[in-house]
Design a protein around this ligand. Structure first.
Ligand code: URA
Length: 407
């Protein structure tokens, strides 16, 4: 029996891994010495039997060690990041990041691509013509220092092991495991060289963790792991029982984020932005947080930061638009009160239409005209799906219809 098979069996029999064993698994998978079939078996064993705190610390540490850990010296503000466990229409990072930078913080942000049914901040940014989210660490650090923020994806330099494991988890339905989520998130965040982190733990029928209790468990675990690596963590549980804001997709979410930075955000979205912003400012010891955040929005400073960051990443938002050829309106078949019952399906529908013949359809997405608890009349448009391919839309239409009920 090979070493990895012994370790898989140990985990299946509820035995604990030593830190050396976890390091061996993570390193060997990254270096192709463990194949994806064995790694899938190991992930499933963790999914079923979990990891304890020591194992989770070792797992996080092994992923950090697979790349470089950034350090920031002599910055005149608090170094902080924000992360979400993933949702639909969740564009909070794109709004809150520039707001915090405009308030005097430094925000080095490493973000992911779409995972399962949820959207990815990097995919959204890459819908901006020219945006390069895969710059090297030196340029990343320079942007953070000069602009206050830089948003990038994982490169070979930052947690490459997570990138590879994350892709396998996505394929093998092993996402919703607390220690795996924790190691994945915290390794990237700790590698950024931050002092503080605010976490948006999504719960509900559009989140990886449906129950609030599971969300709280994850929040506590993330905070504990953060403290082991000298990162102060504050977490908030926020509702993902319906899409956040008015749009879900790629360029449509960038346009919505720009509107929020210009003071035209929807209430549900801005509530999450300000709640997390207040938690971030508390860590950064910034007083009168809400007032300051509102000021940087109304003065145009927050938008200016976003524009500068996009420019430094090679992006051009001067003519940003979301032109599509086809759309299908999902209408109410009866009158009553709307309730989103399976927000995941909307996420699946959106991710499906964002792919077109193996490429991204940046202009595909969904617009929401009604929210849960809204009273609606028969024939009202609840949501619109749009893209550049009618066949894709027809498939997504079915998922969208299954996502809500009218009581
Ligand atoms: N976000 C991450 O970065 N990793 C996970 O495993 C889940 C959400």
């Amino acid at each position: 029996m090979s070493d990895i098979q012994k370790l898989i069996n140990n985990k299946k029999n509820n035995k604990f891994h030593s830190s050396k064993e976890i390091n061996f698994i993570v390193k060997s998978y990254l270096n192709n010495k463990i194949n994806s079939d064995d790694m899938t078996l190991w992930l499933n064993a963790i999914f079923d039997n979990s990891m304890n705190i020591d194992e989770t610390v070792s797992y996080t540490s092994s992923i950090i060690k697979s790349g470089k850990k950034i350090t920031f010296n002599n910055l005149d503000g608090y170094v902080i990041d924000k992360h979400s466990t993933g949702g639909i229409g969740d564009k909070v990072s794109l709004i809150l990041g520039p707001i915090l930078a405009a308030c005097g913080c430094y925000v080095p942000m490493v973000v992911g691509r779409h995972l399962g049914h949820t959207g990815g901040t990097l995919d959204k940014l890459e819908s901006i013509r020219g945006y390069n989210g895969l710059i090297g660490i030196d340029s990343f650090k320079k942007n953070v220092k000069n602009i206050g923020i830089s948003i990038i994806g994982q490169t070979d330099e930052i947690c490459p092991a997570d990138r590879k494991i994350y892709a396998l988890r996505d394929k093998t339905n092993t996402i919703a495991s607390l220690p795996l989520i924790c190691g994945s998130i915290m390794s990237k965040k700790i590698s950024e060289g931050i002092e503080g982190l605010v976490l948006d733990i999504k719960y509900g029928n559009g989140a990886f963790l449906e129950s609030k209790e599971e969300g709280v468990k994850l929040g506590k675990l993330l905070s504990l792991i953060g403290s082991k690596f000298d990162v102060n963590v504050k977490y908030l549980g926020t509702n993902m029982n319906q899409p956040l804001g008015n749009f879900a997709g790629l360029s449509c979410e960038i346009i919505e984020s720009i509107n929020c930075l210009k003071g035209k955000g929807t209430d549900d979205l801005m509530e999450v932005v300000f709640d997390l912003g207040q938690a971030a400012c508390a860590l950064a010891k910034i007083n009168n947080a809400k007032e300051k955040m509102l000021n940087v929005i109304s003065s145009g400073k927050a938008y200016e930061v976003f524009e500068k960051m996009v420019y430094e990443h090679g992006g051009d938002i001067s003519n940003i638009n979301c032109n599509y050829t086809d759309n299908i309106d999902i209408k109410a078949a009866e009158s009553g009160k709307l309730q989103f019952i399976n927000t995941k399906k909307i996420g699946e529908a959106v991710n499906f239409i964002n792919e077109l013949n193996g490429n991204k359809d940046n202009n595909a997405g969904a617009e929401f005209f009604k929210k849960s608890s809204d009273k609606i009349n028969k024939g009202d448009v609840i949501l619109r799906l749009f893209s550049n391919n009618m066949d894709n839309l027809r498939f997504a239409e079915k998922l969208a219809y299954e996502s809500f009920t009218i009581n």
